[in-house]
Design a protein around this ligand. Structure first.
Ligand code: SAM
Length: 263
């Protein structure tokens, strides 16, 4: 399976790393770092077209704001081990071993509406399903699922602006009674009730979701826009050109229980 992140010139991966932010140590009382990863592809956003630097700055600023409101988990790592007690000169501080980023954050990029419709169709959503969108953005996937199929739907997003936007959209489209939106890190989300999971995140975060996805009940479906999920073998992969952005999109489908070998 070719790697989407490398096979398309217009698709690029961005990683923004904020280290030793002055305010975070005050919050956490220790030397800390917050890591923000924006691994979704940069592509034209139909709603906003900011310059790339501005966009990166805004992503970084938003992550900082979220860290201040307590979204960054306490997993922030100390940068140095405490010096050992010694009567001789203290040893030079040793950098800590690299750890997994405290937060994996993927920037907001929308799935075009025709791709949303195709994802839900591919997952064979019915009224009895409960659709979870991990990183729900403006809520378009959960709102579409509830409107079109009359099913319940849950969206998780770390960004409080997106949470607000998604709730507003659910209300505006009169599916507020079917749609629940929570501010939550997808890597710590409970998927027990999900029968369909939708993703538009990135290669790294998708792979980190495998332990949660493996717990989905047999028969549950997962659809991912543009990104595979680690070594999991999809049942089906389709490509479509969206009328909204003229770009080719790939949709992956898995049915639980998940397999790592060809089915
Ligand atoms: C590429 S957008 C996809 C939005 C929507 N699912 C769609 O397809 O239109 C990724 C979304 O995930 C959210 N996000 C990124 N990292 C997250 C994390 N660790 N936990 C929860 N939400 C996250 C971002 O705020 C953003 O809204």
């Amino acid at each position: 399976m070719p790697d989407l992140q490398s096979n398309t010139d217009s698709e690029k991966s961005v990683r923004v790393r904020l280290c030793g932010i002055g305010i975070l140590p005050m919050i956490h009382g220790l030397k800390a770092h917050a890591t923000v990863e924006a691994s979704a592809r940069i592509k034209p956003n139909p709603y906003k077209r900011p310059c790339r630097l501005g966009k990166m700055m805004r992503t970084a600023a938003r992550a900082l704001v979220m860290s201040l409101v307590g979204v960054v988990p306490s997993g922030c790592t100390t940068e140095y081990e405490a010096s050992p007690r010694s009567s001789t000169l203290p040893a030079d501080p040793q950098p800590a071993a690299p750890t997994a980023p405290a937060v994996l954050f993927v920037e907001f990029v929308v799935t075009p509406q025709d791709v949303v419709e195709r994802m839900l169709k591919m997952a064979r959503v019915t009224r009895g399903d409960v659709v979870y969108d991990l990183g729900c953005g403006d809520g378009r996937i959960v709102v579409t699922a509830a409107r079109r199929y009359g099913c319940r739907a849950v969206g998780y997003d770390l960004d409080p602006l997106r949470v607000q936007e998604a709730r507003t959209n659910a209300t505006r489209h009169k599916v507020g009674h079917l749609v629940t939106i929570e501010q939550q890190d997808v890597l710590h989300s409970d998927l027990q009730q999900a029968s369909v999971v939708t993703l538009y995140l990135g290669t790294e975060i998708n792979a980190r979701l495998i332990p949660q996805l493996e717990k989905l009940r047999p028969g549950a479906r997962i659809v991912s826009h543009d990104f595979p999920i680690g070594v999991l073998t999809p049942d089906k992969v389709i490509e479509m050109t969206s009328r909204a952005d003229g770009r080719q999109h790939r949709i992956y489908l898995w049915t639980c229980p998940l397999a790592t070998k060809p089915k």
